[in-house]
Structure formats: structure tokens, C-alpha cells
Design a protein around this ligand. Sequence first.
Ligand SMILES: NC(=O)c1ccc[n+]([C@@H]2O[C@H](COP(=O)([O-])OP(=O)(O)OC[C@H]3O[C@@H](n4cnc5c(N)ncnc54)[C@H](OP(=O)(O)O)[C@@H]3O)[C@@H](O)[C@H]2O)c1
Length: 245
Amino acid sequence: MKFENKVIVICGAGKGIGFNLAKSLDDLGCRLILHAFSNESMEKLKCSFSNKKHKYFKCDFSDPLNLEFEWNKQIGVDLKVDGFVNCVGTRLRRPLNLLNASLIIQIMTTNFVSHLEMIRILTKKGNYNSGFSAVGVSSIAAHIGSAGVAAYAASKAAMEAATRCLAKELFKKKIRVNTVVCGQINTEAYDSFMETKTDADNILDRQFLGLGTSQDVSDIILFLLSDKSRFISGASIPADGGYLI
Ligand SMILES: NC(=O)c1ccc[n+]([C@@H]2O[C@H](COP(=O)([O-])OP(=O)(O)OC[C@H]3O[C@@H](n4cnc5c(N)ncnc54)[C@H](OP(=O)(O)O)[C@@H]3O)[C@@H](O)[C@H]2O)c1
């Protein structure tokens, strides 16, 4: 796969899957635009890639109305991008009686509205190169029913539904859009999320290939970013260790 000097935007690059992907694409010679939300993740990215010519983008996905302004201010309009990967995600496990409209809006906005908005910004005329590939990181939660995760599951399902529509809308501009549907992946966020789990369902009995790694997901994303996947668009590609079959 040829990635040298390709410009790839990774949102949520400071942790877990996003950070692993940033390291992989850096090794392959990409020019990266690395997004983080927290000061801690931004510092980690700048230290990890201190000798590289990557760019850094800091913004809050819970405020989608500000994304275009921040993109133009921090990155500018002169750079054409070849790919976009969105690893941003906020998880919430709460029964319905402890949910409220404000929390639901926050999850939907951060996980879905800003995803769509970033693709809108990046696919504006002059902002991307032909062959542009966008990849959203979704979850098996979008495909199964689990108690307490209605808002999170709905936000990922919305991402996948929008992906199918965008694929049909954008192919004429030589743009492909896909999602990767993650099962349980061994990241810090996975550990803390599982601490809130109360039911007896043993996920890893069903995910028969075991707990996934960030590298397992990155390898699929690399394929979707590359021309090797030129015949795939609008798809939800499983990275689920067999969970959904
Ligand atoms: N790990 C799993 O088992 C699993 C399973 C299914 C799906 N996924 C999905 O995979 C993706 C990556 O998950 P992960 O486990 O690797 O890491 P993670 O710790 O869940 O990463 C979440 C990322 O989202 C960013 N973020 C959170 N709130 C934000 C906000 N308001 N604005 C902008 N960015 C924000 C964080 O940025 P900062 O670093 O700056 O805080 C962080 O980089 C997520 O979308 C998650 O839903 C993961």
C-alpha cells in the first residue's frame, strides 16, 4: 500500500485505536493531521511525533457548529487531504430512567453529528484529492441490543446509516466512505467501560477470536484508506472477532 506523503486526518488520535493508527501511518511516511480534544492527548501526540512535519488540530466534537471555523483557523484551506479516520467516541452506560435529553444530545452530537460535519468540511471543493477515503469507527453496539447503551448504540447506527447514503452521493467525486464495526478491543477505554458492566453476558464467549487489539483495527483501516479497497464503499466492515455472526 502506498501511503508516502499522503495527507491523512485522524480525529481522536490521542488514545487507543487512533494513537495506534497514527503510529502506523507515520511509519508509512504519511503527513498527518492529528486531532485531540484533551490537553493531555494533544501533549502526548506532540511529544510522540516531535520530529515530524505533522499538523495538530484541537477541538471539541460536542460543539459541531464550531468545527469548520476551527479547521480553517488551525489547518487552513490550502491543504488537500487524501483520507479521514474518525476514532472519536464517548461511551455511556446508563438505564433509561437515568438518561436525560442533554446526555442523549451530547452523545449523538459528539459521536455522529460531528462525524458527518467533518466529512462535509473535508469534501468541500478544493479540500481533498481524488480518491479520498473516509473511515468512521463504529461499534457492534449498533447491531445488537444491549441494556443501558441506547444513546451510544444509536449514535453508531446513525454513523453507519449516513455512511451508506454518503457513499451513493459522493462516488461521482471519487470519494469512498466506510465504517469499521469494532467488537471488544483492548484499550484503556474498554477496561473502564467494562467496569460499569453489571449483566452476566460474557462477551468474549461470543467474540470467539478473542479480545481484539488496536493493531487489528488499524490494519483494516489502512486497507480501507488505500486503493486496494477501491471496490468497497458504503460498507460496515466487521472488526469484531466473530461477534456478530
Ligand atoms: N475499545 C473498544 O472496545 C471499542 C469497541 C467498539 C467501538 N469502539 C470505538 O472506537 C473508537 C476509539 O475507541 P478507543 O477505545 O480506541 O479509545 P477511546 O479512549 O474511547 O477514545 C476516544 C477518543 O475520543 C476523543 N473524544 C472524546 N470526547 C471528545 C470530544 N468531546 N471532542 C473530541 N474528541 C473527543 C478522545 O479524545 P482525547 O484523547 O483528546 O480525550 C479520544 O481520543 C471510539 O469511537 C469507540 O466508540 C471502541
